[in-house]
Design a protein around this ligand. Structure first.
Ligand code: SAM
Length: 357
């Protein structure tokens, strides 16, 4: 029988979080801590490639709602009560930059019901994919438009890749992940969710390589790049012993994360076309892995690559989804979904950048 480790990694993680997050998040930390130690909520990302009947109706009959369209309606109402010209302009802008094709259903705030596993259609294609609903936000923020070429730099196991494909706008998608075994999982996910004919169209290119190299080899190639980096996966690290980055044997790897994240973001920026957009995301609360990485990558892009990058404001975006998610009070750059007992999603950090030259 395996003996309990002297220092369980989950305890080391919590100790580390207590030390750093009580300073970073101050009086918000105790309630976030409790939420992270409780059961996480999921969302059902609807698979529009499946012809399984009544998927949405059945989920709605259980009390779920598509958070993307409901939060859109609420904001239109809210905006139209302000100055009419501004509200019209703002709501049109919100409408046009969020893909109407992605649907993700969640149970209401405070409802901790669980989803049943998704069923297949007659070809075996599953009707929905279960994931932390907040992890759809970086994909929505990326704002993929018709005909775009998209790079998903750290793609496995593939939840966000699948969400990107639900936009039906991607002309070409390169999904990469360093880990061979995780890339296999990504392939299996896509095979379970996409018809064979779609996979045969050669619109999706899957590789297993170090994403840091793609900056140079694929310079200025993509309209949109998603950089969903490896991080301390805070919720997992606080709860699960297996594959925990707070294990003593992984200390060096953990300490090097901000450097790896910065290098991956720089590669993502380099692979973006002039005028193109990059979204950087993590599932950590850590300022060092979030805002600091973004700031560092912006200055290195300028100094070392001569690339000017501008941070795109996502405050309106956070406001739009504030009925479903709890966002951190204003950060220096980017937006952060905080775990909360009534809406136990996240943590998910995202920051959107535009390449200017
Ligand atoms: C947060 S996970 C990505 C989750 C994925 N985007 C999704 O939504 O399912 C981070 C991934 O980065 C991969 N990774 C780590 N180092 C990498 C590198 N140097 N280049 C590319 N991928 C890397 C890991 O194998 C891991 O699968």
């Amino acid at each position: 029988m395996a003996t309990r480790p002297k220092f369980p990694a989950t305890e080391l993680a919590l100790h580390n979080f207590d030390t750093s997050y009580s300073i970073q998040l101050r009086d918000l930390w105790p309630s976030i801590r409790v939420a992270m130690l409780c059961e996480q909520k999921y969302g059902a990302l609807i698979n529009s490639f499946s012809s399984a009947p009544n998927v949405i109706n059945e989920l709605e009959a259980q009390g779920c709602k598509d958070f993307i369209s409901i939060d859109c309606t609420r904001n239109e109402v809210h905006l139209s009560s302000q100055d009419s010209t501004t509200s019209h302009r703002a709501s049109t802008e919100l409408q046009s930059s969020i893909s109407p094709d992605i649907k993700c259903l969640v149970f209401p705030k405070g409802d901790i019901s669980r989803f049943k596993p998704a069923g297949p259609d007659s070809s075996g294609i599953l009707g929905y994919y279960l994931l932390d609903a907040a992890s759809v936000l970086p994909v929505l923020a990326l704002d993929v438009q018709a005909g775009h070429t998209v790079l998903d730099l750290c793609a496995a196991p593939g939840g966000k890749t699948l969400a990107l494909l639900q936009t039906h706008s991607v002309n070409y998608l390169w999904a990469n992940d360093l880990s061979g075994s995780r890339t296999m999982r990504l392939r299996r996910t896509l095979q379970s969710y996409l018809p064979k004919e779609f996979l045969d169209e050669n619109k999706i290119h899957i590789t297993s390589t170090d994403g840091r190299q793609l900056g140079m080899t694929e310079e200025k190639s993509f309209d949109r790049v998603l950089v969903d980096v490896p991080c301390t996966t805070d919720r997992h690290s606080a709860m699960v012993e297996e594959n925990n980055i707070f294990k003593r044997s992984r200390t060096k790897e953990r300490q090097k994360l901000p450097l790896l994240q910065t290098q991956l973001l720089l590669a993502g920026i380099q692979a973006t076309r002039r005028g193109g957009k990059v979204v950087y995301s993590t599932c950590s609360l850590s300022q060092l892995q979030n805002e600091c990485v973004v700031q560092q990558a912006i200055s290195l892009a300028q100094q070392e690559l001569g690339i000017t990058v501008q941070v795109q404001d996502l405050r309106w975006f956070a406001q739009r989804f504030s009925d479903t998610f709890h966002f951190a009070p204003q950060l220096s750059v980017g937006e952060l979904v905080l775990p909360h007992l009534c809406a136990n999603f996240g943590p998910i950090y995202m920051c959107k950048l535009q390449r200017m030259n």
